[in-house]
Ligand binder design. Structure first.
Ligand code: ADP
Ligand code: MG
Length: 224
């Protein structure tokens, strides 16, 4: 899946309250790419990720997945597209508290009325080291374990790309490091493209392509 963002902008508010959260961001993501994005608080990182993943729509600009403009889709069609092709990992995990780890992981499939591939589920949970935690509720798991459940949920539908918004931001540095190593291992094994927002320069340095964003302006750090 080739993803192409063309001059995406997002403006909030009007008059004195007008904020240009994202200013004409252009970016291409090729299959299997691993990108990191760094930037100060309030610089537009989450706004960019929400636009790239179709969680939100821009004020102006275009976004295509294999040439198809995804903002042309209805909300319902866009939601279905997101469930099947895009994984999203949040800083605060966003697991449903009344569902077990297993039920949380399978939720995107249930919403699509698809049967889970038990072999793939087992492969994922073994890779992530949560095979013995599947029948626990989120509050019975550590932060690192909850984020690994969220990673499995993001991967269960075999998406083409995963977007992660400060996935280690709520974890101590040790479990944050473990979660990042696992995310990278899974990404390499499955060939899923990965876009990670981070405050951590060690995480950013793991990526093949590094980008920064300042005051809504996105730029790529030259390789080398
Ligand atoms: P980051 O993730 O880099 O911390 P955000 O993308 O969340 O930054 O926010 C970028 C800018 O847009 C900030 O100035 C923020 O206050 C503003 N902003 C974000 N979401 C909204 C919103 N829903 N309404 C108004 N302003 C917003
Ligand atoms: Mg943010």
């Amino acid at each position: 899946m080739n993803i192409e963002a063309n001059e995406l902008s997002k403006v909030y508010g009007e008059g004195e309250n007008r904020v240009v959260a994202l200013d004409q961001a252009s970016l291409t993501i090729a299959p299997g790419d691993f990108l990191s994005i760094m930037g100060p608080s309030g610089s537009g990182k989450s706004t960019l990720l929400h636009l790239l993943s179709g969680l939100d729509r821009p004020t102006s600009g275009r976004l295509t997945y294999d040439g198809r403009d995804i903002y042309d889709l209805s909300d319902k069609a866009l939601s279905a597209f997101r469930r099947r092709r895009i994984g999203f990992i949040f800083q605060q995990f966003h697991l449903l508290p009344v569902l077990t780890a297993r039920e949380n992981i399978l939720m995107p499939l249930l919403l699509d009325k698809k049967q889970p591939d038990e072999d793939y589920l087992q492969e994922l949970v073994q890779l992530l080291g949560i095979g013995d935690r599947l029948h626990h509720l989120p509050h019975e798991l550590s932060g690192g374990q909850q984020q690994r459940v969220a990673i499995a949920r993001a991967l269960i539908a075999k998406p083409d790309v995963i977007f992660a918004d400060e996935p280690t931001g709520n974890l101590d540095s040790r479990s944050g490091g473990e979660v990042m190593d696992l995310l990278r291992a899974v990404q390499e094994k499955l060939g899923t493209a990965l876009v990670v927002i981070t405050h951590d320069s060690r995480v950013a340095a793991m990526a093949q392509r590094r980008l920064t964003i300042v005051d809504g302006v996105l730029s790529e750090v030259a390789a080398g």
